[in-house]
Design a protein around this ligand. Structure first.
Ligand SMILES: Cc1cc2nc3c(=O)[nH]c(=O)nc-3n(C[C@H](O)[C@H](O)[C@H](O)COP(=O)(O)OP(=O)(O)OC[C@H]3O[C@@H](n4cnc5c(N)ncnc54)[C@H](O)[C@@H]3O)c2cc1C
Length: 478
């Protein structure tokens, strides 16, 4: 069967749905094609033995008023669960024990997460030598500016736990461009922070003198959230708003070809859909297969984007069997501790409504660039391994109740050296093939859920602009 749409979006993760929803609201005829049997991609939530379990991302952090506006519009306000103040307290493991990370500049001097030698080195940051020019690894940058302890105890677990990556190969230009710019413009991160602080004071004084509200008051604070039935409620609500005739699940897109009269033809199972624009909101390997017939160079670059597998292991324990108070977000584990788990999040502390007060629920991360082979262990071995870490680090003295394992083979793209050049090649491919848009998590400013949501919306804005410009509309020179 063949049909025609204005836009086809391939992939019903948060990026694809955000893109389609924005277009649909502007009256664009859009269809979303999803290979899996449900929408949401990595945002996947299950109710298991009475517990709400998020199998992929656990929390979303945002201060974007547009994002919260959309949640309101989708009717999700009542389901929104914002993490309590405990969410602000984060731990790392030092010598086998969870140690709270400093919450601000003053607690940097009192924290047990750094030795006195590490703190003194940190104070010398303004004297650190400038970078080598060009790209630098995150590890080299932090070692150079903040010292080896901050690199090993803070950066390393952050990169492993959040990016599933390796600080030795993570590109500063790709992953933390604003820090590079801060160093370039201010000569030091400490001077940059001080300059920002003074600028804030100046702005508030100016606002006061002119009788305007203080700029800080108008800024929405960041919120760390999920939903009562888990994060998947968000993509499900987006799909509902689009309507069932615009979201097709259980069918993969298999090819994209130039249309005979302009536009693009997308193969979907036994059907073909002709569209002016096609949005590829899928991981890089899937995008590579789809663009192979359009741009072999683009396909090669997409195949080269490195990913690590991550497995999440979800456990519960009776509250009285875990002596640690679990009074925070959870703990990340630096490589130097030589432990098999990347981090353990204390879900029942973050979202107390998720579990009854006599039970604690945790999510642990295994694999990443540090231990990719461990992500593929059999389920029972993974549960034993993770339970062992709960027993040794947190003192868990009972067998876990709930045990659930979820595997992500292409969890998070690693923004390694060469990523910025890769993106430049992909942008060139998009320019040469008007109407083809890449919205995968490798293509934007980062892999977080809000960044992917924003990327999807950004692509929608670009399509809306093109449609509004009469000269370029419906022309597809290649
Ligand atoms: C274990 C894990 C933990 C994470 N933790 C966090 C966190 O705590 N906070 C945070 O902000 N971010 C986190 N992330 C990152 C974040 O979840 C993802 O980067 C983001 O959700 C990706 O969204 P997406 O829409 O780009 O892609 P995806 O969610 O990957 O969706 C892509 C969709 O495309 C479909 N698809 C693929 N090929 C085809 C095809 N040919 N035809 C049709 N459909 C196709 C797939 O089935 C999938 O549904 C985590 C990710 C993982 C895996």
């Amino acid at each position: 069967m063949s049909s025609r749409r204005d836009v086809v979006v391939i992939g019903a993760g948060i990026a694809g749905l955000a893109c389609a929803h924005r277009l649909h609201r502007e009256g664009v005829d859009v269809e979303v094609i999803e290979g899996g049997d449900r929408v949401g991609g990595s945002l996947r939530s299950e109710r298991i033995d009475g517990h709400v379990v998020d199998l992929g991302p656990q929390t979303v952090m945002s201060r974007d008023p547009e994002l919260f506006g959309q949640l309101t519009e989708l009717g999700l306000d009542d389901a929104l669960t914002v993490a309590g103040s405990g969410g602000k307290k984060r731990f790392i493991v030092v010598d086998g024990r969870p140690v709270a990370l400093p919450g601000g500049p003053v607690s940097l001097l009192t924290t047990r997460s750094l030795t006195w030698r590490g703190k003194l080195r940190l104070l010398k940051e303004p004297l650190a030598p400038p970078g080598p020019g060009g790209d630098e690894s995150a590890d080299a940058f932090v070692r150079r500016r903040l010292g080896p302890e901050v690199a090993e105890r803070m950066l390393d677990p952050f990169v492993s736990g959040v990016h599933a990556g390796d600080p030795d190969t993570l590109s500063m230009r790709a992953a933390f461009p604003s820090l590079l710019e801060a160093e370039r413009a201010h000569g030091s991160l400490a001077r940059w922070a001080l300059d920002r602080f003074h600028e804030g004071i100046r702005q508030r004084k100016r606002a006061k003198a002119e009788g305007r509200p203080s700029p800080k008051r108008g800024r929405t604070p960041s919120r760390l959230f999920s939903f009562s039935e888990g994060l998947e409620m968000w993509p499900r609500a987006l799909a509902r708003a689009l309507g069932s005739d615009r979201v097709r699940t259980g069918t993969r897109a298999t090819m994209i070809q130039p249309g005979a009269q302009g536009g693009w033809v997308v193969g979907v199972g036994n059907d073909v859909i002709t569209a002016e624009s096609v949005v590829l909101a899928v991981p890089a390997p899937a995008a590579a297969e789809l663009v192979d017939g359009i741009s072999t160079g683009g396909a090669r670059v997409l195949r080269d984007v490195p990913y690590s597998p991550v497995t999440t292991v979800h456990l519960t324990y009776p509250r009285n069997a875990v002596p640690h108070r679990l009074d925070g977000f959870g703990m990340l584990i630096p490589s130097r501790e030589r432990r098999p788990v990347l981090g353990i999040l204390w879900i029942s502390s973050l979202f107390p409504g998720r579990a009854s007060s006599d039970v604690v629920q945790t999510t642990s991360f295994v694999g990443g660039a540090r231990f990719p082979e461990l992500a593929g262990l059999p389920e029972s071995e993974l549960v034993d391994l993770v339970h062992g870490e709960h027993a040794r680090i947190l003192g868990a003295a009972a067998e876990p109740g709930l045990r659930y394992v979820a595997r992500w083979t292409h969890a998070i793209p690693r923004m390694e050296f060469g990523h910025v050049d890769r993106l430049a090649t992909l942008e060139r491919m998009e320019r040469l093939n008007p109407g083809i848009h890449l919205a995968g998590s490798y293509a934007g400013s980062g892999p977080s859920v809000p960044a992917c949501w924003a990327r999807g919306r950004g692509v929608a804005e670009r399509i809306l602009e093109t449609r509004a410009a009469p000269t370029t509309r419906r022309e597809t020179p290649r």
